[in-house]
Ligand binder design. Sequence first.
Ligand code: NAD
Length: 351
Amino acid sequence: MSKHIVLLPGDGIGPEVMAEAVKVIKALELDITFEEKLVGGAAIDATGSPLPADTLEACKHADACLLACVGGPKWAGAAYDKRPEAGLLGLRKEMDLYANLRPAIVFDALIDASTLKPEIVRGLDILIVRELTGGVYFGQPRGITDIGNGERRGVNTQVYTTSEIRRVAAKAFELARARGGKVCSVEKSNVMESGLLWREEVTKLHAEQYTDVQLSHMYADNCAMQLLRTPSQFDVIVTDNLFGDILSDEAAMLTGSLGMLPSASLGAGRASLYEPVHGSAPDIAGQNKANPLAMILSLAMAMRYSLGAPEAADRIESAVKKTLADGVRTADIGPNPVSTAAMGDAVVARL
Ligand code: NAD
Protein backbone atom coordinates (compact mmCIF):
# COMPACT_ATOMS: atom_id res chain seq x y z
CA MET A 1 0.00 0.00 0.00
CA SER A 2 1.31 3.45 -0.90
CA LYS A 3 2.65 5.53 2.01
CA HIS A 4 2.76 9.29 2.33
CA ILE A 5 5.42 11.42 4.06
CA VAL A 6 5.24 15.11 4.97
CA LEU A 7 8.64 16.82 4.76
CA LEU A 8 9.29 19.84 7.00
CA PRO A 9 12.69 21.35 6.06
CA GLY A 10 12.34 24.28 8.51
CA ASP A 11 15.22 26.72 8.98
CA GLY A 12 18.99 27.13 8.84
CA ILE A 13 20.68 23.98 7.57
CA GLY A 14 17.25 22.28 7.47
CA PRO A 15 16.61 22.63 3.70
CA GLU A 16 20.19 21.50 2.96
CA VAL A 17 20.02 18.28 4.98
CA MET A 18 16.43 17.58 3.91
CA ALA A 19 17.49 17.71 0.24
CA GLU A 20 19.84 14.79 0.94
CA ALA A 21 17.08 12.75 2.62
CA VAL A 22 14.94 13.36 -0.47
CA LYS A 23 17.72 11.93 -2.65
CA VAL A 24 17.65 8.79 -0.50
CA ILE A 25 13.84 8.50 -0.66
CA LYS A 26 13.96 8.73 -4.46
CA ALA A 27 16.83 6.25 -4.77
CA LEU A 28 14.94 3.62 -2.75
CA GLU A 29 12.22 3.50 -5.44
CA LEU A 30 9.50 2.49 -2.97
CA ASP A 31 5.79 3.22 -3.26
CA ILE A 32 6.13 6.41 -1.20
CA THR A 33 4.78 9.87 -2.01
CA PHE A 34 5.89 13.04 -0.28
CA GLU A 35 5.02 16.72 0.00
CA GLU A 36 6.81 19.66 1.61
CA LYS A 37 5.21 21.93 4.21
CA LEU A 38 6.31 25.02 6.11
CA VAL A 39 7.21 25.04 9.80
CA GLY A 40 9.25 27.25 12.14
CA GLY A 41 10.84 30.50 11.03
CA ALA A 42 10.20 29.78 7.35
CA ALA A 43 6.49 29.46 8.16
CA ILE A 44 6.51 32.65 10.24
CA ASP A 45 8.02 34.57 7.33
CA ALA A 46 5.49 33.20 4.84
CA THR A 47 2.30 33.10 6.95
CA GLY A 48 2.91 34.76 10.33
CA SER A 49 2.51 31.45 12.18
CA PRO A 50 5.21 28.91 13.14
CA LEU A 51 2.70 26.09 12.59
CA PRO A 52 0.22 26.97 9.81
CA ALA A 53 -3.09 25.06 9.90
CA ASP A 54 -2.46 23.31 6.59
CA THR A 55 0.91 22.01 7.85
CA LEU A 56 -0.70 20.54 10.96
CA GLU A 57 -3.54 19.03 8.92
CA ALA A 58 -1.10 17.41 6.47
CA CYS A 59 1.02 16.04 9.35
CA LYS A 60 -2.02 14.52 11.07
CA HIS A 61 -2.91 12.60 7.90
CA ALA A 62 0.59 11.47 6.93
CA ASP A 63 2.06 8.03 7.56
CA ALA A 64 5.19 9.80 8.83
CA CYS A 65 6.49 13.37 9.18
CA LEU A 66 10.13 14.18 8.68
CA LEU A 67 11.35 17.45 10.20
CA ALA A 68 14.86 18.87 9.79
CA CYS A 69 15.23 21.69 12.33
CA VAL A 70 13.80 25.08 13.25
CA GLY A 71 15.07 28.32 14.75
CA GLY A 72 17.65 31.01 14.24
CA PRO A 73 18.77 34.45 15.38
CA LYS A 74 16.32 36.18 13.03
CA TRP A 75 13.34 35.16 15.20
CA ALA A 76 15.08 34.99 18.60
CA GLY A 77 13.55 38.20 20.03
CA ALA A 78 9.90 37.32 19.27
CA ALA A 79 7.26 36.33 21.84
CA TYR A 80 7.39 32.61 22.73
CA ASP A 81 4.31 31.73 20.69
CA LYS A 82 5.76 33.50 17.63
CA ARG A 83 9.11 31.73 17.72
CA PRO A 84 10.06 28.90 15.38
CA GLU A 85 10.32 26.47 18.32
CA ALA A 86 6.59 27.00 19.00
CA GLY A 87 5.96 25.23 15.68
CA LEU A 88 7.80 22.14 16.84
CA LEU A 89 6.25 22.13 20.33
CA GLY A 90 2.83 22.67 18.73
CA LEU A 91 3.30 19.67 16.45
CA ARG A 92 4.29 17.43 19.37
CA LYS A 93 1.32 18.62 21.41
CA GLU A 94 -1.32 18.55 18.66
CA MET A 95 -0.27 15.08 17.52
CA ASP A 96 0.05 13.87 21.14
CA LEU A 97 3.52 12.45 20.50
CA TYR A 98 4.09 10.90 23.90
CA ALA A 99 7.10 8.65 23.26
CA ASN A 100 10.43 10.12 22.21
CA LEU A 101 12.94 7.60 20.85
CA ARG A 102 16.61 8.55 20.96
CA PRO A 103 19.05 5.91 19.75
CA ALA A 104 22.71 6.21 20.70
CA ILE A 105 24.71 4.16 18.23
CA VAL A 106 28.47 4.21 17.93
CA PHE A 107 29.73 3.58 14.41
CA ASP A 108 33.06 1.75 14.37
CA ALA A 109 34.49 4.25 11.91
CA LEU A 110 33.76 7.12 14.33
CA ILE A 111 34.78 5.46 17.55
CA ASP A 112 37.45 8.09 18.22
CA ALA A 113 34.82 10.87 18.17
CA SER A 114 33.60 9.71 21.58
CA THR A 115 35.26 11.18 24.65
CA LEU A 116 35.03 7.72 26.24
CA LYS A 117 37.60 4.99 25.71
CA PRO A 118 36.96 2.91 22.57
CA GLU A 119 36.61 -0.32 24.58
CA ILE A 120 33.72 1.23 26.55
CA VAL A 121 31.67 2.41 23.55
CA ARG A 122 32.55 -0.07 20.79
CA GLY A 123 29.43 -1.55 19.21
CA LEU A 124 27.16 0.56 21.42
CA ASP A 125 23.48 0.49 20.43
CA ILE A 126 21.10 1.91 23.08
CA LEU A 127 17.58 3.22 22.64
CA ILE A 128 16.23 5.71 25.16
CA VAL A 129 12.44 6.02 25.25
CA ARG A 130 11.50 9.27 26.96
CA GLU A 131 7.95 10.15 27.99
CA LEU A 132 7.36 13.45 26.18
CA THR A 133 3.97 14.94 27.03
CA GLY A 134 3.67 14.60 30.81
CA GLY A 135 5.69 15.00 33.98
CA VAL A 136 7.24 18.06 35.53
CA TYR A 137 7.40 20.15 32.32
CA PHE A 138 3.60 20.22 32.14
CA GLY A 139 2.36 19.47 35.68
CA GLN A 140 0.15 21.94 37.57
CA PRO A 141 0.51 23.92 39.75
CA ARG A 142 3.51 25.74 38.37
CA GLY A 143 4.81 29.28 38.56
CA ILE A 144 6.74 31.82 40.60
CA THR A 145 4.88 33.61 43.40
CA ASP A 146 5.82 36.40 45.76
CA ILE A 147 5.50 35.14 49.34
CA GLY A 148 6.45 38.39 51.06
CA ASN A 149 9.50 39.57 53.01
CA GLY A 150 11.50 39.69 49.77
CA GLU A 151 11.01 35.91 49.27
CA ARG A 152 9.72 34.26 46.11
CA ARG A 153 8.65 30.66 45.57
CA GLY A 154 9.13 28.67 42.36
CA VAL A 155 6.95 25.60 41.84
CA ASN A 156 6.78 22.81 39.29
CA THR A 157 4.81 19.62 39.75
CA GLN A 158 5.93 16.14 38.78
CA VAL A 159 2.77 14.23 37.95
CA TYR A 160 2.01 10.96 36.13
CA THR A 161 -1.11 8.86 35.75
CA THR A 162 -1.43 5.11 35.21
CA SER A 163 -2.35 5.43 31.52
CA GLU A 164 0.50 7.86 30.77
CA ILE A 165 3.00 5.42 32.26
CA ARG A 166 1.50 2.31 30.65
CA ARG A 167 1.37 3.66 27.10
CA VAL A 168 5.03 4.74 27.03
CA ALA A 169 6.14 1.55 28.78
CA ALA A 170 4.20 -0.52 26.23
CA LYS A 171 6.10 1.24 23.42
CA ALA A 172 9.39 0.45 25.16
CA PHE A 173 8.51 -3.24 25.59
CA GLU A 174 7.43 -3.54 21.96
CA LEU A 175 10.61 -1.85 20.73
CA ALA A 176 12.72 -4.14 22.93
CA ARG A 177 11.04 -7.18 21.36
CA ALA A 178 12.38 -6.05 17.98
CA ARG A 179 15.88 -5.38 19.42
CA GLY A 180 17.83 -6.93 22.29
CA GLY A 181 14.79 -7.95 24.37
CA LYS A 182 15.71 -5.90 27.47
CA VAL A 183 14.05 -2.87 29.10
CA CYS A 184 15.50 -0.89 31.97
CA SER A 185 12.89 1.36 33.61
CA VAL A 186 14.40 4.44 35.26
CA GLU A 187 12.91 6.67 38.00
CA LYS A 188 13.54 7.83 41.57
CA SER A 189 11.05 5.66 43.43
CA ASN A 190 13.27 5.90 46.52
CA VAL A 191 12.34 9.57 47.00
CA MET A 192 9.36 10.36 44.73
CA GLU A 193 5.79 9.02 44.80
CA SER A 194 5.46 9.59 41.04
CA GLY A 195 8.53 7.37 40.66
CA LEU A 196 7.02 4.68 42.87
CA LEU A 197 3.83 4.70 40.79
CA TRP A 198 6.01 4.52 37.66
CA ARG A 199 7.82 1.43 38.96
CA GLU A 200 4.60 -0.28 40.09
CA GLU A 201 2.78 0.32 36.81
CA VAL A 202 5.70 -0.76 34.62
CA THR A 203 6.07 -3.93 36.71
CA LYS A 204 2.33 -4.67 36.42
CA LEU A 205 2.22 -4.14 32.66
CA HIS A 206 5.27 -6.34 32.22
CA ALA A 207 3.67 -9.19 34.19
CA GLU A 208 0.41 -8.84 32.21
CA GLN A 209 1.73 -8.65 28.65
CA TYR A 210 5.50 -8.64 28.21
CA THR A 211 7.07 -11.45 30.24
CA ASP A 212 9.16 -12.41 27.16
CA VAL A 213 11.07 -9.11 27.61
CA GLN A 214 13.65 -8.87 30.39
CA LEU A 215 12.73 -5.98 32.75
CA SER A 216 15.04 -4.27 35.23
CA HIS A 217 14.67 -1.09 37.29
CA MET A 218 17.24 1.56 38.10
CA TYR A 219 17.30 4.89 39.94
CA ALA A 220 17.99 7.81 37.60
CA ASP A 221 21.17 8.91 39.36
CA ASN A 222 22.62 5.42 39.13
CA CYS A 223 21.60 5.24 35.46
CA ALA A 224 23.50 8.48 34.75
CA MET A 225 26.58 6.83 36.25
CA GLN A 226 26.10 3.42 34.59
CA LEU A 227 25.76 5.09 31.15
CA LEU A 228 29.35 6.27 31.50
CA ARG A 229 30.68 3.18 33.28
CA THR A 230 29.23 0.29 31.20
CA PRO A 231 26.80 1.68 28.62
CA SER A 232 26.68 -1.67 26.81
CA GLN A 233 24.61 -3.17 29.68
CA PHE A 234 21.57 -1.30 28.29
CA ASP A 235 19.26 -2.15 25.41
CA VAL A 236 16.09 -0.02 25.82
CA ILE A 237 15.81 2.52 28.66
CA VAL A 238 12.34 3.88 29.43
CA THR A 239 11.99 6.93 31.62
CA ASP A 240 9.99 10.08 32.32
CA ASN A 241 10.20 13.46 30.61
CA LEU A 242 12.74 15.13 32.91
CA PHE A 243 15.12 12.21 33.44
CA GLY A 244 14.78 11.31 29.76
CA ASP A 245 15.74 14.82 28.71
CA ILE A 246 18.98 14.57 30.65
CA LEU A 247 19.86 10.89 30.12
CA SER A 248 19.23 11.01 26.36
CA ASP A 249 21.65 13.91 25.95
CA GLU A 250 24.19 12.05 28.07
CA ALA A 251 23.77 8.90 25.96
CA ALA A 252 24.00 10.98 22.77
CA MET A 253 27.39 12.27 23.76
CA LEU A 254 28.71 8.72 24.13
CA THR A 255 28.63 8.75 20.34
CA GLY A 256 30.48 12.05 20.16
CA SER A 257 28.86 13.85 17.25
CA LEU A 258 25.67 15.86 17.02
CA GLY A 259 25.40 15.64 13.23
CA MET A 260 24.91 11.85 13.45
CA LEU A 261 21.96 11.56 15.85
CA PRO A 262 18.42 10.78 14.70
CA SER A 263 15.26 10.71 16.82
CA ALA A 264 11.60 9.81 16.59
CA SER A 265 8.51 10.93 18.48
CA LEU A 266 5.55 8.58 18.36
CA GLY A 267 1.91 8.95 19.36
CA ALA A 268 -1.17 6.78 19.03
CA GLY A 269 -1.88 5.20 15.64
CA ARG A 270 0.14 6.66 12.77
CA ALA A 271 1.13 9.92 14.51
CA SER A 272 4.88 10.27 14.24
CA LEU A 273 7.60 12.85 13.79
CA TYR A 274 11.18 11.96 12.83
CA GLU A 275 13.94 14.52 13.25
CA PRO A 276 17.66 14.91 13.84
CA VAL A 277 18.64 15.83 17.39
CA HIS A 278 20.65 18.84 16.19
CA GLY A 279 19.31 22.37 15.70
CA SER A 280 19.41 24.69 12.71
CA ALA A 281 23.16 25.44 13.04
CA PRO A 282 22.93 29.09 11.92
CA ASP A 283 26.75 29.33 12.02
CA ILE A 284 27.08 27.03 8.99
CA ALA A 285 23.68 27.47 7.30
CA GLY A 286 23.73 27.98 3.52
CA GLN A 287 27.34 26.83 3.21
CA ASN A 288 26.78 23.23 2.03
CA LYS A 289 28.85 22.07 5.02
CA ALA A 290 26.28 20.46 7.33
CA ASN A 291 26.31 16.75 8.02
CA PRO A 292 23.10 15.24 6.56
CA LEU A 293 23.53 11.83 8.21
CA ALA A 294 21.30 12.54 11.25
CA MET A 295 18.55 13.52 8.82
CA ILE A 296 19.13 10.44 6.67
CA LEU A 297 19.19 8.18 9.75
CA SER A 298 15.92 9.80 10.90
CA LEU A 299 14.45 8.72 7.56
CA ALA A 300 15.68 5.18 8.27
CA MET A 301 13.82 5.24 11.61
CA ALA A 302 10.65 6.37 9.78
CA MET A 303 11.04 3.45 7.37
CA ARG A 304 11.35 1.04 10.29
CA TYR A 305 8.70 2.35 12.69
CA SER A 306 6.06 4.06 10.50
CA LEU A 307 6.38 3.09 6.86
CA GLY A 308 6.47 -0.69 7.19
CA ALA A 309 9.79 -0.91 5.37
CA PRO A 310 12.36 -2.31 7.83
CA GLU A 311 14.48 -3.66 4.98
CA ALA A 312 14.75 -0.11 3.58
CA ALA A 313 15.84 1.05 7.05
CA ASP A 314 18.54 -1.64 7.08
CA ARG A 315 19.70 -0.60 3.61
CA ILE A 316 19.99 3.07 4.60
CA GLU A 317 21.86 2.27 7.82
CA SER A 318 24.25 -0.10 6.03
CA ALA A 319 24.91 2.53 3.37
CA VAL A 320 25.71 5.10 6.07
CA LYS A 321 28.06 2.65 7.81
CA LYS A 322 29.80 1.86 4.54
CA THR A 323 30.14 5.56 3.66
CA LEU A 324 31.82 6.20 7.01
CA ALA A 325 34.00 3.08 6.74
CA ASP A 326 35.16 4.36 3.33
CA GLY A 327 36.40 7.51 5.06
CA VAL A 328 33.85 10.00 3.70
CA ARG A 329 33.48 12.81 6.27
CA THR A 330 31.74 16.16 6.64
CA ALA A 331 33.61 18.89 8.55
CA ASP A 332 32.05 18.05 11.93
CA ILE A 333 33.38 14.47 11.93
CA GLY A 334 36.74 14.51 10.24
CA PRO A 335 39.51 15.94 8.12
CA ASN A 336 39.36 16.51 4.33
CA PRO A 337 35.62 17.13 4.52
CA VAL A 338 33.15 16.79 1.67
CA SER A 339 30.05 18.95 1.22
CA THR A 340 26.53 18.19 2.43
CA ALA A 341 25.48 17.25 -1.10
CA ALA A 342 28.55 15.04 -1.65
CA MET A 343 27.84 13.17 1.60
CA GLY A 344 24.25 12.56 0.46
CA ASP A 345 25.52 11.34 -2.94
CA ALA A 346 28.02 9.03 -1.23
CA VAL A 347 25.23 7.40 0.78
CA VAL A 348 22.99 7.04 -2.29
CA ALA A 349 25.87 5.45 -4.22
CA ARG A 350 26.17 2.80 -1.49
CA LEU A 351 22.46 2.03 -1.07
P1 NAD B 1 22.68 23.45 16.97
O1 NAD B 1 22.44 21.99 17.13
O2 NAD B 1 21.97 24.12 15.87
O3 NAD B 1 24.24 23.70 16.76
C1 NAD B 1 25.25 23.39 17.73
C2 NAD B 1 26.60 23.24 17.02
O4 NAD B 1 26.61 22.00 16.30
C3 NAD B 1 26.89 24.33 16.00
O5 NAD B 1 28.26 24.63 16.00
C4 NAD B 1 26.51 23.69 14.67
O6 NAD B 1 27.23 24.21 13.57
C5 NAD B 1 26.83 22.24 14.92
N1 NAD B 1 25.92 21.36 14.15
C6 NAD B 1 24.61 21.11 14.42
N2 NAD B 1 24.09 20.28 13.51
C7 NAD B 1 25.09 20.00 12.64
C8 NAD B 1 25.17 19.22 11.46
N3 NAD B 1 24.11 18.54 10.99
N4 NAD B 1 26.35 19.18 10.80
C9 NAD B 1 27.42 19.84 11.26
N5 NAD B 1 27.41 20.60 12.37
C10 NAD B 1 26.25 20.69 13.05
O7 NAD B 1 22.33 24.13 18.37
P2 NAD B 1 22.28 25.68 18.78
O8 NAD B 1 23.39 26.41 18.11
O9 NAD B 1 22.18 25.68 20.25
O10 NAD B 1 20.89 26.20 18.21
C11 NAD B 1 20.73 26.88 16.96
C12 NAD B 1 19.25 27.07 16.69
O11 NAD B 1 18.62 25.80 16.55
C13 NAD B 1 18.50 27.78 17.81
O12 NAD B 1 17.56 28.66 17.25
C14 NAD B 1 17.81 26.64 18.56
O13 NAD B 1 16.63 27.07 19.20
C15 NAD B 1 17.49 25.71 17.42
N6 NAD B 1 17.32 24.29 17.83
C16 NAD B 1 16.36 23.60 17.16
C17 NAD B 1 16.20 22.25 17.42
C18 NAD B 1 15.17 21.49 16.62
O14 NAD B 1 14.72 21.99 15.61
N7 NAD B 1 14.80 20.29 17.03
C19 NAD B 1 17.02 21.61 18.36
C20 NAD B 1 18.01 22.34 19.00
C21 NAD B 1 18.16 23.69 18.72
